[in-house]
Design a protein around this ligand. Structure first.
Ligand code: SAH
Ligand code: SF4
Length: 430
């Protein structure tokens, strides 16, 4: 989501006559996009900004801006925390950035733009995309789920869905321009509500299914992905749609967060581990070769050894293809910031390592059957040193193999010769 926001603002600034500077010291404007989901990301952000002190001293005309969730979170307090910053712009105010920069260049006074956190974004997109063949398409903004640990509803506002007709128009335009793969983005895409005719409540998950069905018809688009799914709103209907709609890739990102029902309740997630496992069973029935990945938090307040073992067991039962595993950090004003952060740092670290090791072994085992198989890869990167290209299978697995740079953007068939936990290695056959 942040990647898409950066690309969007980059497009706005290019249309406004700016050019990309090759380095910090050649820039007139330096803009940071920020994440505040975990404390660690924010700490890094502030140390990165502080490193610009010498540059700003040398060039007082330099404009330093901060956009994204941390900008929304700190708003005017940022000027005390980070006095080098000239402007702060929340996710809802991004369209205003060119005007804000012009204002600062003329008047040289700080600007705080965080008043549109709950607004619908204007249906206006610069042409610019950082890739010419794969694109992110936002289908909803914000979130109304209020998981107790999560800052997103506060810094990105409540959930607002874009209208289906606008999403479809954007994807048709991308297809016309030669894009082949799209990834739909939302904090909880399963509650997508861009179709007015579908009644809320009765239509759980139906909005996304209808949207996927329409997008699947668009000529030129060959792969459709979406994230993130929420277990409380995902349904077997969605999995069947994934099976039946040829362009929708067989990859499900379904964050479990924990395997302990007690912790899931404290997290306000709205499902139990049993329901989660049932969903996975349903998914695998519909998409036998499909992959499934997840997010896990270790060290949530009051997490005991037993709770942690429940999470470990859930991971052993599901056997995810991949998992993002995080140490809990309190994020005020999220509700759990009021709970005692009582799992010691060392225990969080130990639990993180246990799960990372477990996942590494499982990922390897999950990749092994790919050996000697042929996989369709969309090439999206090139490593000049190794003369290798990289890309992904439909299931979202990374593949690496010998190839030229001009293959970027092409689909190729690759025979997989060896596998590691995080990548498949092979050779192009077609
Ligand atoms: N909307 C998505 C993603 C939210 S943020 C979803 O619901 O899954 C991405 C991930 O960051 C979350 O899934 C969660 O695992 C992690 N996360 C969020 N808040 C956190 C916190 N306070 N501490 C540690 N990890 C957190
Ligand atoms: Fe945060 Fe929960 Fe919303 Fe995801 S679903 S963004 S974790 S509140």
């Amino acid at each position: 989501m942040n990647f898409r926001d950066s690309e969007f603002v980059e497009g706005l600034l290019l249309e406004d006559g700016f050019r990309k500077a090759g380095s910090f010291d050649k820039a007139d404007v330096i803009l940071f996009n920020s994440c505040s989901v975990r404390k660690h990301a924010e700490d890094r952000l502030f140390s990165n900004i502080a490193e610009l002190a010498a540059l700003k001293k040398k060039n007082p005309q330099l404009v330093i801006g901060l956009m994204g969730c941390a900008a929304q979170n700190y708003s005017d307090k940022i000027l005390e925390k980070s006095p080098l910053v000239d402007f702060v712009c929340g996710p809802g105010n991004e369209t205003d950035i060119p005007a804000i920069i012009a204002d600062i260049m003329e008047n040289r006074c700080p600007v705080i733009a965080t008043n549109k956190v709950n607004d619908k974004r204007p249906e206006f997109f610069p042409e610019y995309r950082s890739s010419s063949f794969k694109a992110y398409v936002s289908i909803s903004e914000g979130c109304g789920n209020f998981c107790s640990y999560c800052i997103v509803p506060y810094v990105r506002g409540r959930e607002r869905s874009r209208e289906a007709k606008d999403v479809i128009r954007e994807v048709k335009d991308l297809a016309r321009r030669g894009f082949r793969e799209i990834t739909l983005l939302g904090q909880n895409v399963n509650s997508y509500g861009g179709y007015k005719i579908l009644k809320k409540g009765r239509s759980k998950g139906q909005g996304l299914i209808k949207l996927l069905t329409e997008l699947n018809k668009i000529k030129g688009i060959e792969r459709i992905r979406f994230l993130t799914s929420h277990p409380k709103d995902a349904s077997p209907d969605l999995f069947r749609a994934m099976r039946d709609l040829g362009k929708v890739c067989e990859h499900l990102h379904l964050p479990a967060q924990s395997g302990s029902d007690r912790i899931l309740k404290l997290m306000n997630r709205g499902y139990t581990s049993k329901r989660y496992l049932k969903l996975i069973e349903e998914y695998r029935k519909s998409a036998p070769g499909g992959s499934v990945t997840t997010d896990i938090i270790v060290g949530f307040p009051s997490e005991t050894k037993k709770d942690f073992n429940d999470t470990r067991r859930l991971m052993e039962k599901v056997r995810f293809d991949g998992a993002f595993i995080f140490k809990y950090s309190p994020r005020p004003p999220a509700r759990s910031a009021g709970f005692k952060d009582d799992v010691p740092k060392e225990i969080k670290q130990e639990r993180l390592k246990t799960l990372l090791d477990l996942q590494c072994a499982i990922s390897l085992e999950k990749n092994l059957p790919m050996k000697n198989k042929i996989a369709q890869i969309l090439i999206d990167g090139y490593n000049i040193k190794e003369s290798q290209v990289t890309g992904r299978t439909r299931a979202g697995k990374v593949a690496v193999f010998e190839g030229r740079k001009d293959l970027i953007g092409r689909f190729v068939d690759v025979r997989i010769e060896s596998v590691s936990p995080h990548a498949l290695k092979g050779r192009i056959v077609k």
